[in-house]
Structure formats: C-alpha cells, structure tokens
Design a protein around this ligand. Sequence first.
Ligand SMILES: Nc1ncnc2c1ncn2[C@@H]1O[C@H](COP(=O)(O)OP(=O)(O)O)[C@@H](O)[C@H]1O
Ligand SMILES: O=c1ccn([C@@H]2O[C@H](COP(=O)(O)O)[C@@H](O)[C@H]2O)c(=O)[nH]1
Length: 210
Amino acid sequence: MRKPVVIGVTGGSGSGKTSVTRSIYNRFKGHSILMIEQDSYYKDQSHLPFEERLKTNYDHPLAFDNDLLFEHIQSLQNYQSIEKPVYDYALHTRSEEVVVVEPRDVIILEGILVLEDERLRSIMDIKLYVDTDADIRIIRRLSRDIKERGRTLDSVIDQYVNVVRPMHNQFIEPTKRYADIIVPEGGHNHVAIDLMVTKIQTILEQKSIL
Ligand SMILES: Nc1ncnc2c1ncn2[C@@H]1O[C@H](COP(=O)(O)OP(=O)(O)O)[C@@H](O)[C@H]1O
Ligand SMILES: O=c1ccn([C@@H]2O[C@H](COP(=O)(O)O)[C@@H](O)[C@H]2O)c(=O)[nH]1
C-alpha cells in the first residue's frame, strides 16, 4: 500500500532546522511534499493570564501536545487532511485559526524535540540532527527572536541562560544518538541537502511513489 515518507529534522534552537527543512522542501517544489513544525503543537495556554505564560518552560517535552501531533501525522500517513494549529510566539499560545493541511507523499517534521518522542521516531523513515555550536545558535536566536518573535535582548539572554541551554543539554542533545544523519551547520550545507534529496528519491522509488 502507498505510504508517505516521513523525515524528522531536529537540532537545538537556532541550529538551522527550519533552513534545512526549507532547502529540502524547495528541492521538491512541484512534487508532493509538506512541512510540519512541532512548534505549531505547543500546548494551548489561552486559559492562562499572559504573565503566567511567560513562566512556561518551552524547551521541555511536556510543553508540546505530541499526542495531537502524532495523531495528525498518522492521519497524513493515511492520506487524510488535518487542521494544523497555529502558534503565536508573541502571545505564547495557540491562535484561534487553524490551517488545513492536505496529505502529500513526503512529510518533513521539524522541531527541537521530534526525536525525543518514541512514537514520532517510530514513524520516521529518516532522522536528521542539525548540529551547530552553541555560540552560533545563541547569536542566531538573538537576532531572530528580536526581529521576528517580538522579544527584547534581555529576555532572550535570560531565557537562554536559565531555560534553553539547560534543556538543550538535558533533552535535545541526547537525541543525536537516534539520528541517521548529523548535519553540521545547517541550511547552507549543500552536500548534506543533496544527500537527503537523493535518499528521499530512493525511498519514494522503493515505495513506488515516483
Ligand atoms: N548556515 C547558516 N548560516 C547563517 N545563518 C543561518 C544558517 N542557517 C540558518 N541561519 C539563520 O539563523 C536563524 C535561525 O535559523 P533557523 O533555520 O530558523 O533555525 P532553527 O529552526 O533551528 O531555530 C535564521 O535567521 C536563519 O536565517
Ligand atoms: O511561546 C514560546 C514558544 C517557543 N519558544 C522558544 O522557541 C524555541 C523553539 O523554536 P525554534 O524555531 O526551534 O528556535 C524553543 O527553544 C523555545 O524556547 C518561546 O520562546 N516562546
């Protein structure tokens, strides 16, 4: 039976996961491919006052609704559409909107803790860890969070030192051992992207999809 290829892409915050995912996606443009970000599945916190939401640990596995994420990936694998939640980083909660995602032959699942969940790992055909040094990750994150996620310099530094760094060491870095491929430096590693594209094509051929 025809079944989509599922690729997991993980790595620390600012490692270049999204860039790698987009590079792979762009190489398959015009083909049947979609991206799912684990960040879309941060738990809804609309019942909490904004001040309380600031205290949430967003780098802990329990911050994510992986039950819903797993359910959605299974639906997509069965070629059923899903209603993907939309996350608002400035408000730290889900927005009221959802995005309807139609099934495709290649699913790229990207996020800081996608390899931490055993169920998610079990449905992946390829697992990739984007490995970038901590100093580069914090510089990228500073720039991105201030420009795109409505943060101040102090808040990014404070969150990094007190939460992001220790959680990275405790939960994200150890998932490297589950990866099939470790990609240094992220989105501009053209050799790694080419290898991934070739491998995905091979799997698609094996599954008689291409
Ligand atoms: N190889 C790279 N060289 C320079 N900047 C990069 C590289 N990869 C990603 N970036 C930039 O770093 C920031 C974080 O990258 P992103 O792909 O969003 O990381 P992640 O999804 O792992 O948090 C983005 O602004 C992106 O444009
Ligand atoms: O409300 C939130 C939700 C998440 N974060 C931070 O986002 C990163 C994960 O996103 P990347 O794109 O992988 O960087 C995670 O480290 C959380 O700390 C947040 O700050 N606020």
